[in-house]
Every structure is written in structure tokens, then in C-alpha cells.
Write a protein that binds this ligand. Structure first.
Ligand code: FAD
Length: 468
């Protein structure tokens, strides 16, 4: 993953006889198994003035989990996990304690075997206790239970000071708050997190596909946008795509604790308009006995989804009237006409979490994460650089214009996002900076667009130098 940041070298797409160049990969890795290795690696990096990177799965789209010449703490093999009965002032119930290297699918599989469910994202191989939950964590169960960061009860962490701390809403509350949504690789190295589990439930899954060359296509897209709030308010989520050539795909929509019929009913405004317009379409809606079965059926294979990426959270108010939905539809059309593709990861996470966290407040008002960009070229880095510029200078501004002062998801966004402090962290930024100073005063943790990263710049051979 993250080919853009990994030099396009020694990957499965380069010719077999091509030279392997270490380039922007880290130079050495500590295969960590616990707090002792974490602390010793931090001390070593500080003593010898070496750049440090925390790396789990390497899925990060922002290039935070690699760095030329760096020493990495590799958390991937910290695989313990257990289901516990948890009691605190804010929560009593089943919980899972999860080691730093556990993947989404490993955690879900254990929950599912115990008739429980854990909040997860769309990718089974993402590290659930790593950048995913620490960055906020969206996913197919979010309308029902909230973001992944909203589920966190406890963190075990080695801070930049080298202290091994447990952070809960009442114990080291600043650290707890910052780790839940304030971005991975910034305040400390997480050893484990403990998160809420929920009773498993039957889950409906639907898919929709249509294509139509005429302008009628955009009428349906607009009707679909106006239809979204009904599905989200009912606890459903939808992942959909608008692709060049007037192709609309909704490969996944979920209704936890609902039936296939309920989900079909919720999507009626879109389906009815399709029927009336005579456009042919493929729609299916199915019942599954639990969430995991629905997920694997709806997402039969996971690919390396590299893209020259940009993102924006689209507020619910844009779906509240025909007029605003029309301006959103025309913005999406303009993105496609300018060479982009757009996916919508739709969920309603407006319910405040039981303990406050650092998730960008813009999430609470959003209807979907617009995940946009251009197709990644695995063989030609120059074309990726050009296409990333198109995202920054042309495609994203189209959405920014209709969402002034808006937000983006710090894990799925444009690496060159102007004004990223505000766009990724909003009003939380000053507080996050002060927490960063408290737990990592030497800035041992650094990543592009991470809190405090503006104090350093990457120079030749990957060394970090303090901005004077
Ligand atoms: C195919 C794909 C699908 C995705 N789908 C979703 C989705 O549905 N919802 C969603 O919210 N996101 C999604 N993401 C984004 C994902 O959440 C981020 O890429 C996330 O940063 C991955 O975290 P990781 O720990 O697995 O990866 P890494 O790249 O290893 O780490 C990411 C960041 O977290 C830090 N980090 C990792 N482990 C620790 C630790 N133990 N302590 C402190 N810092 C740590 C790293 O330093 C880095 O800054 C997706 C990404 C991909 C590639």
C-alpha cells in the first residue's frame, strides 16, 4: 500500500528485473512485541537523533507510516485479543481488548464467534487499533453505533516521554481524548485498545447498478442523494460510486437489525424514479444472519485501492432540499467532467459519543464522506503527481465551494490539502497541539499532516529538520 510514498520500487507491479531501491521506505524495523521494545526503540531513536516511524499495516493514504532512513516500530505482530466484561462510569458490558497489530477481520471474526459485533471499516486488513480508530474510523456500522473512535474505552500507550500509561475518560483524560480521533502516530505508541462490543444482529445488504447516457442519469443521482437521509436515519449505511461514462454503482448498503425488504423500502424513492424513467437497473437486497456474513458477501474481494486521493465531508444540510441537492449533483457532475471519480461513504454519526473525543466536529453534521480522485498509475509516477495536482487544484475546490469552512477525514484526504490544520482537525487543533506538547515534547512522532507536523520539514534523504 501507499505506493505513492513508497518509491514505486520492489512492489508487485514493477518488472522482475527492475532494481530495488529502498528510497522512502524505512531503513530498519523493530518487530515489536510489547512496551519494553517500544520504549527502548524510542530511547535509541532519541539518543542517536534518528527519524522514527510507527508502522502497523502500512495502509495509510497520507504517507504517515513510512519515511526514508527512518527506524520503524512495527506493531503488526502484536496480535493478542480477548473479550472481557468491562465496567466503568460510562459503560458496562462486553468489550474487546485488542493488541496493536490485530486486523479488522481478526477482531470481527472473534466478535462474531461470540455472537457479538465490533465497529469496523470497509477494509478487512486495516489495523483496527492503529491509524483507523485513532483517526476516527468510519464504516458500515457507523449509523447504528457511531465511529470507531466513539467505541474506545481504554488505551494502553507508551508516550513520547517514554511513560507507559493507561488512558481512559477519567485517567489521563487528555491522552484518551486525543488518541480517539486526533490521528495516529502523534502522541504515543498504542499497545492495546479496549472497545465496546455490541450484540450481533441480522443484517440486510443491498446493491444497485445503473448506467444511462442521457441527462436523466443525473436526475436519478440527485434523487438518490435526496434519498440518502432516510436510509442513514434508519441506521443504514451506503457506499456508492459515480464513475465516468454515467455509471452509478452502489456495491454495498447495509441495514443492521433490518430486513432486505426494509432496506428495499427505504430505497424506494430512487427505485421508483428508475422505474418511472424506464432506465434499466440491477438491484438486489438480501438477508444475512449476522453482520460479518453480510460484509463478506457484499465485499467479496478486497483490492489495493490506491488512488490519487482527495476527500471532503458533505454536510447533511446539502441533502435537505431540492435546490441544495441540485448544486451538489452539479458539483459531482463537474468532478466527473474534469476527469475525476467520486465515491460516497454515507453514514449518520450525529449521536454524541458517551465520552468526548477528538474526532473532527464536522463528522457529526455530515451525510457522507466524498472520496474522490483520479486512477492511480502503478507504472508512471509523473502522471500520479500531475493527477494529484488536478485533485488539489481543480477537483477538490469544486466541493469546497459548496461546503465553505468545511471538513475532511484526516485518514482519507488530499496530502496537499491547503489549510489542513483546520480542514482535518477543526476547532480541536489548539487543544491537540497542547496535548502533543504534554506527551511528546521532543516531537519524536512525526507524520505528514499529523498534529504538530508543521514544525518540521523533510529534507534530503528523508531527514527531518526543524522549521526555523
Ligand atoms: C483499502 C482501504 C480501505 C479503507 N477503508 C477505511 C474505512 O472504511 N474507514 C476508515 O475510517 N478508514 C479506512 N481506510 C483508511 C485507514 O483507516 C487508514 O489508512 C489507517 O491509517 C490505517 O491504519 P493502520 O494502522 O492499519 O495503517 P498504518 O499505515 O500502519 O498506520 C497508519 C497511521 O497510524 C499510526 N499507527 C499505527 N499503529 C499505531 C500504534 N500502535 N500507535 C500509534 N500510532 C499508530 C501510524 O504511525 C500511521 O500514522 C482504508 C484504507 C485502505 C487502504
Amino acid at each position: 500500500m501507499a505506493g505513492f510514498f513508497a518509491n514505486m520500487s520492489c512492489d508487485p507491479f514493477t518488472p522482475r528485473n527492475a532494481q530495488c531501491i529502498v528510497g522512502s521506505y524505512v531503513a530498519y524495523v523493530v518487530n515489536a512485541s510489547g512496551a519494553l521494545e517500544y520504549r527502548e526503540t524510542l530511547n535509541f531513536a532519541k539518543k542517536h537523533n534518528i527519524r522514527l516511524v510507527i508502522r502497523n499495516t502500512g495502509h495509510d493514504y497520507m504517507g504517515k507510516s513510512t519515511g526514508a532512513g527512518a527506524l520503524a516500530i512495527w506493531t503488526h505482530n502484536i496480535k493478542y485479543k480477548s473479550i472481557i466484561d468491562y465496567t466503568s462510569l460510562t459503560y458496562t458490558g462486553k468489550a474487546m481488548k485488542i493488541g496493536a497489530g490485530v486486523s479488522t477481520s481478526e477482531a470481527q471474526s472473534m466478535a462474531n464467534s461470540n455472537d457479538l459485533v465490533i465497529v469496523q471499516g470497509d477494509c478487512p486488513t486495516v489495523g483496527i487499533a492503529g491509524g483507523y480508530t485513532q483517526g476516527g474510523g468510519s464504516g458500515p456500522l457507523a449509523s447504528k453505533f457511531g465511529l470507531a473512535a466513539d467505541q474506545v474505552l481504554e488505551w494502553e500507550v507508551v508516550t513520547g516521554n517514554g511513560d507507559f500509561l493507561t488512558a481512559t475518560p477519567n485517567n489521563n483524560p487528555e491522552l484518551y481524548w486525543a488518541l480517539a480521533g486526533g490521528g495516529g502516530g502523534t502522541y504515543g505508541v498504542v499497545l492495546s485498545m479496549t472497545v465496546k462490543l455490541h450484540p450481533n444482529m441480522p443484517t440486510a445488504g443491498s446493491a444497485l447498478f445503473f448506467t444511462e447516457p442521457t441527462e436523466a442519469y443525473w436526475d436519478i443521482v440527485q434523487a438518490f442523494l435526496l434519498n440518502l437521509p432516510d436510509v442513514l436515519e434508519a441506521g443504514g449505511t451506503i457506499y456508492w460510486q459515480v464513475l465516468p461514462g454515467n455509471i452509478f454503482r452502489m456495491p454495498q448498503s447495509y441495514l443492521p437489525n433490518g430486513t432486505a425488504q426494509d432496506l428495499e423500502q427505504l430505497l424506494q424513492p430512487t427505485l421508483k424514479l428508475l422505474d418511472q424513467s424506464g432506465i434499466s437497473y440491477a438491484f438486489s437486497s438480501r438477508d444475512f444472519p449476522n453482520f460479518q456474513d453480510a460484509f463478506y458477501e457484499m465485499v467479496p474481494e478486497t483490492n489495493v485501492t490506491e488512488i490519487n486521493l482527495g476527500g471532503r465531508l458533505i454536510p447533511r444540510y446539502l441533502l435537505a432540499s431540492e435546490i441544495s441537492a441540485a448544486s451538489l449533483t452539479s458539483a459531482i457532475k463537474s468532478i466527473i467532467n474534469n476527469g475525476g471519480i467520486l465515491a460516497g461513504v454515507s453514514m449518520d454519526v450525529s449521536r454524541p459519543p458517551s465520552s468526548s473525543n477528538a474526532v473532527h466536529p464536522g463528522w457529526r453534521e455530515s451525510a457522507f464522506l466524498a472520496f474522490l480522485g483520479t486512477i492511480y498509475n502503478r507504472y508512471n509516477m509523473t502522471s500520479n503527481v500531475v493527477n494529484q495536482r488536478l485533485v488539489t487544484n481543480t477537483l477538490l475546490p469544486i466541493l469546497e465551494e459548496i461546503t465553505p469552512g468545511g471538513a475532511a477525514y484526516l485518514n482519507e484526504a488530499d496530502i496537499n490539502q491547503p489549510n489542513w490544520h483546520n480542514v482535518f482537525y477543526g476547532a480541536n487543533y489548539p487543544k491537540l497541539i497542547s496535548i502533543k506538547k504534554m506527551f511528546d515534547p521532543d516531537d519524536i512522532f512525526w507524520g505528514p499532516t499529523a498534529v504538530g507536523s508543521e514544525r518540521w520539514e523533510v529534507t534530503e534523504h528523508g531527514r527531518l529538520c526543524m522549521v526555523s
